[in-house]
Design a protein around this ligand. Structure first.
Ligand code: E4P
Length: 218
């Protein structure tokens, strides 16, 4: 499963990119607003730091505006992936962008039927929002499993499942077990994945035992 950082925080992305821990980045209007940067500057800086896809979301809600915005965003860098909402206008834009050879990420997916439409529109990625479904007491991880089952049953649907709105280590494990192609998560959560109390305890013991030998490898 590819790991994408779900953020527009330049320093956090730089640290993860330098550690080769991420395969791409996703942003959305809320994350751009939080960063305080202009979207064109933020996407340009991120795209230069990361080899993989950088999702940049259109802000318009009608097809014509989405297409004009997509043209601007797409010109920023070759690895910009145009993110469109799962609406009729967004799906139409997705189809046109696919025909133009652009990568797309259809966002705000909350059902299997929506995922089917995104795939039929030729989306490169569809983003089911796991955490936001859990927020309303539905099972976001089950949605990932259901979409995986449908996409596997219909091999002509070649859209990748990008598990989004992942908020915990359990969400990440759930996305992996569901067979998601990619998962996007905040940088802090990527840092959490490395942690295990037995790793800390084991390292403490090894360090103490090593110190007792008085040896040095260097
Ligand atoms: C996905 O592309 C979204 O940017 C993101 O994952 C939403 O996460 P949230 O529900 O935690 O805001």
């Amino acid at each position: 499963m590819k790991i994408f950082a779900d953020t527009a925080d330049i320093e956090a992305i730089r640290a993860l990119a330098e550690a080769h821990l991420i395969d791409g980045v996703t942003t959305n209007p809320s994350l751009i607003a939080k960063s305080g940067a202009h979207i064109r500057d933020a996407i340009a800086e991120i795209a230069a730091m990361v080899d993989g896809p950088v999702s940049a979301e259109v802000a318009g809600t009608d097809y014509e505006t989405m297409m004009r915005e997509a043209e601007v965003l797409g010109k920023i860098a070759p690895n910009v992936c145009i993110k469109v909402p799962l609406t009729m206008a967004g799906l139409r834009a997705c189809r046109t962008l696919r025909e133009e050879g652009r990568e797309t990420n259809v966002t705000l997916c909350f059902s299997v039927n929506q995922a089917l439409l995104a795939a039929k529109a030729g989306a490169t990625y569809v983003s089911p929002f796991v955490g936001r479904l859990d927020d309303i007491n539905l099972d976001g991880t089950q949605l990932l499993r259901d979409i995986r089952q449908v996409f596997d049953a219909y091999p002509t649907l070649d859209t990748q499942i990008l598990a989004a709105s992942l908020r915990s280590a359990n969400h990440v494990t759930g996305a992996l077990l569901a067979g998601a192609d990619a998962g996007t998560m905040p940088p802090g959560l990527i840092g959490e994945l490395v942690k295990h109390p037995l790793t800390d305890k084991g390292l403490e013991t090894f360090t103490a035992d090593w110190a007792a030998t008085g040896q040095s490898i260097l």
